[in-house]
Design a protein around this ligand. Structure first.
Ligand code: BGC
Length: 800
């Protein structure tokens, strides 16, 4: 094992149990020692370390549940069951691929388009389960990925009849039974809710199976908390649309996730913020003031553990509708031994609780009582203090931006549920709160070097390093110098830029590079792939597979090189740690590997909001809550950017909530909802970590592609949030991916640049032609191109 590989795996092994959420316990775990174990379930051998698509990070080894348990000394008694299951799945696979091809033929699209990101469901099966063991573990696996949304069907969000049957039977038969969820997002647990022990292991990258073994043996302690509400699929809000090909109306407004459940008093299976520990804790308010709450956490159980204290604010009823409560701060304790306690302090900034008033284009705190509640989940809190504001005040004045939807946001009403007679009240004087007035006049300097460039050179600088004759077809692989990197800035000005360019590689579950590669004579790097990953080879046109095979066959195998990178936990799992230093450490792991392999920009973290549990990419994202999302993203960015010449790219900006028709879907969202829910995490990440870059999303927002929205990119991101870096498009937004039957127009390079979105990635010939044409006919102002080119140039100077 290489030294960095070992170091990174050890660091993850030490801390990744922080991402794991114990949902149910009966006191039979942890086990005293390794023993005979009856191991079942789709995730037992085919353990999922992370989802598919550009978020799939390779690592040359990773621990499955089966391997992790065996390494830890368990003796698996169910090898025959695991073999039978694997065989059965392989038998179904061909029919699954045939189904995709048939669907493609029926729809008149390529199998690649029809099958990209399509997830093979789990099938019903029937094998004997009468095996011996001192303990039984059923590992239930689910994956998902880019390009497709999840379905409320058995084998995806729902459990199959076979899974329910076996889980319930094994739970009955074994005194010690644990259901382990090796899933990237919510599944419907209602049919197995009575199972004695449920551990949401999630997908932890390289160390997934090792962490399971450590937790079962009590060598590590699960201390994760949910960052998204787990409920029956039918209980989630269905006020707004999801999954429409053309237009998705976010009618639910601000009532996303727990904001909806808490405001309607609907009972989820497991609320936002929930997670048990092997041990037990008490929480005691130790002190309150206008700007903080201190809480003493005491470990009163038998095992070590960490607790997460959460602070929510309920705002007064006023003119603007509110959610019952919103998360305002959180703090995680250190590992507390039995009997130990720690006092944590949660800061309070009342202005963060302001609501956006569209009528006055300002963030407003309405007069009345702001109740600060403290607890260890959104459904287990008690009031700690009341901040009584004497008058309504505007805390930040902005402009009305982003357009208007064709509906009014939903308004939910609820009654107060608190007895506040014992709660201290602090008066707050509105006159003391100084409003921030946003300025939209900022410097957009043009570099003298850029000013001297020709039109062609300017255009090249604002396009990725595309090759002539290509359209950057293969997502996540359009870089010349590092195999498997997703893209680069241009190589067409070698003398002027002195051969410098920025290399960009994907995440977020680590650094996505090809495992094996080969340096060609001209100095460029070639991914040495025998076939495309994620089963894509099965649906790609035969000529592409042929080219991949011929390329691979021609590579001298004794000259193959290897990128050794570490798969870290998926985004949702990272957030479930509620531990900013752990997330910073994961960013640091990525940064160290970027330095090693010459990557300048990491295309992560991704912080879209879990608006619906069905979004196929939720596993890459953190949470249904913007505060968690922003804080986690900022921590990871800080870790990455602590390395010289390494920058992070937060994505996908913004309202990219579904994968269905992702290139041309229109998210229709009110300005208030955008600002309070979908933009807030980005704002926090920018303010707290100043990432090098931002990636705009594929979707349209209120009728215009986000990459072409000046109000989003320039006015909000730069002027309001203070973003200093550069903005790139998501991949292959122009040209080939545009489906001419779409309701909405495609994306044009000149409009992207006019909006202040600095570079079109990975770039393609039609983009170059479009820029040249628009400069010539005056549709694109040369000044605008020079502003964007200057930002790219400055970044190249700084990072490359
Ligand atoms: C994804 C991005 C990714 C890019 C480059 C796109 O399809 O949406 O998240 O960074 O590809 O691979």
């Amino acid at each position: 094992m290489l030294s960095h590989e070992k170091k990174h795996m050890e660091a993850l092994r030490k801390h990744a149990a922080e991402c794991v959420v114990l949902l149910k316990k009966d006191g039979q775990f942890p086990l005293e020692k390794p023993c005979k174990i009856a191991l079942f379930g789709s995730g037992a051998r085919n353990t999922i370390k992370g989802g598919t698509g550009s978020g799939n990070v390779y690592s040359r080894t990773y621990a499955t549940a089966e391997a992790g348990l065996e390494k830890a000394g368990f003796v698996i008694t169910t090898k025959a069951w695991l073999d039978a299951y694997a065989q059965d799945r392989a038998n179904h696979h061909d029919a699954f691929i045939a189904g995709i091809k048939q669907d493609a033929a029926n729809r008149g699209v390529s199998a690649f388009m029809a099958g990209f990101g399509k997830i093979e469901p789990e099938y019903d099966y029937s094998f004997p389960i009468e095996y011996e063991g001192e303990v039984c573990v059923y590992v239930l696996g689910r994956t998902s990925g880019e390009g497709n949304d999840r379905q409320v069907t058995p084998g995806d969000v729902l459990l199959t009849a076979s899974e329910i049957r076996d889980i319930l039977a094994l739970n009955q038969r074994f005194e010690k039974f644990m259901l382990v969820l090796n899933v990237g997002g919510v599944i419907d647990l209602a049919p197995v809710a009575d199972v004695k022990n449920i551990l949401y292991l999630s997908q932890l990258g390289t160390v997934t199976g090792d962490i399971l073994a450590d937790i079962l043996l009590g060598k590590a302690h699960p201390s994760g908390k949910l960052t998204t509400t787990w409920a029956k699929p039918c209980d989630y809000q269905d006020i707004g649309d999801f999954g429409d090909r053309n237009d998705t109306r976010y009618r639910e407004g601000i009532y996303v996730g727990y904001r909806y459940f808490d405001s309607t008093e609907k009972k989820p299976l497991y609320p936002f913020g929930f997670g048990l520990s092997y041990t037990e804790f008490t929480l005691l308010i130790a002190g309150t003031s206008t700007d903080h709450v201190s809480v003493t956490v005491h470990n009163i159980g038998k095992y070590p553990g960490k607790e997460v204290v959460q602070l929510y604010i309920s705002s007064p009823k006023g003119k603007l509708p509110k959610a019952y409560q919103t998360l305002a701060a959180f703090a995680k304790t250190r590992l507390l031994q039995p009997g130990e306690s720690e006092t944590v302090t949660l800061p309070v900034r009342l202005s963060d609780a302001a609501s956006y008033c569209e009528e006055c284009a300002a963030y407003v705190l309405e007069q009345g009582d702001y109740i600060l509640r403290v607890g260890n989940s959104s459904r287990n809190t008690s009031p700690a203090a009341v901040l009584r504001l004497d008058k309504t005040v505007q805390v930040k004045k902005v402009r009305n931006l982003l357009g208007k939807p064709d509906f009014d946001d939903t308004v939910l009403t609820f009654s107060s549920r608190d007895d506040l007679s014992q709660t201290p009240v602090y008066p707050i004087h509105g006159d003391d709160l100084v409003p921030v007035i946003c300025s939209y006049e900022i410097d957009r300097p043009i570099d003298p070097f850029v000013r001297a460039l020709s039109d062609r050179e300017l255009a090249y600088l604002c396009l990725g390093a595309y090759l002539d004759g290509t359209t950057g077809f293969v997502v996540g692989s359009s870089a010349l110098h590092v195999a498997g990197a997703a893209g680069e800035t241009t190589n067409r000005l070698p003398d002027k830029l002195r051969n410098r360019h920025l290399v960009m590689a994907d995440g977020p579950a680590g650094l996505r590079l090809s495992e094996k590669w080969y340096r060609k004579e001209d100095g460029t790097a070639l991914a040495a792939m025998e076939k495309m990953p994620d089963g894509l080879d099965e649906i790609l046109p035969p000529e592409i597979n042929k080219t991949i095979k011929e390329t691979y066959d021609a590579i001298p195998k004794d000259q193959l090189q290897e990128y050794v990178t570490t798969a870290i936990p998926i985004g949702t799992a990272l957030a479930q740690s509620w531990n900013l230093s752990f997330c910073e450490m994961c960013g640091d792991i990525v940064g160290a590997e970027m330095e090693l392999y010459g990557i300048h920009l990491w295309l992560a973290p991704a912080l879209n909001i879990h608006r619906s549990i069905l979004c196929g990419r939720n596993f890459e994202y953190f949470s249904e809550d913007p505060l968690i999302s922003g804080k986690m993203a900022a921590a990871i960015v800080r870790g990455v950017q602590s390395h010289p010449c390494c920058g992070a790219t937060i994505k996908h900006f913004a309202a990219n909530g579904q994968e269905t028709n992702r290139y041309n879907n229109n998210s229709i969202v009110s300005e208030r909802t955008m600002r309070e829910i979908y933009l807030r995490g980005f704002e926090i990440a920018v303010r707290e970590s100043q990432p090098a870059a931002v990636m705009t999303s594929y979707n349209l927002l209120n009728g215009e592609h986000t990459s072409q929205r000046k109000d989003l990119v320039d006015d909000i991101l730069r002027c309001e949030f203070g973003f200093q870096g550069f903005v790139m498009t998501d991949w292959i937004t122009t040209g080939k991916m545009y489906d001419p039957s779409s309701k909405h127009p495609g994306i044009f390079a000149h409009k992207v640049i006019a909006a202040g979105n600095d570079i079109i990635m990975p770039g393609a010939e039609p983009d170059f032609a479009d820029l040249m044409r628009s400069l010539a006919d005056g549709t694109l102002d040369r000044e605008k191109l020079m502003i964007c080119a200057s930002r790219i140039y400055r970044m190249i100077l700084y990072y490359a």
